[in-house]
Design a binder for this molecule. Sequence first.
Ligand code: ZN
Length: 127
Amino acid sequence: MLKVNKEQEPDFLLDYKKKHTHKSWKDYNKDDIRNKIKENILLVEQEEYCPYCEKRIYTNDDGHIEHIKPRDFYPKEFQDYNNILVSCNEKNSCGIYKKNNYDDKFINPVIDNPNDYFYYSIASGER
Ligand SMILES: [Zn+2]
């Protein structure tokens, strides 16, 4: 798991929020906004890696926008920039598998440093 250091919310997203009204994530559907968000987060904040499994995400199509706190249970945070990551599209792990699972024990890679929770030795394979 990788730590994600969020940057300032990008201007194009702030402009989008001013220009359009959104009651839910479904309203983020104009001006190719989802692709712009993905591209920005992947390149600027995640260096093209999935924070959950550390696999490389080469193109926008290889990842999806992941709400750390799920939209269904935290509807007010659907457009909170610090709640948004890009996860890989693996079906049996990461964001798609996580879906609506989230609780206080969840290691949030934006807030928590995963290195404080996981240890493994490259030399021995010990975990
Ligand atoms: Zn992943």
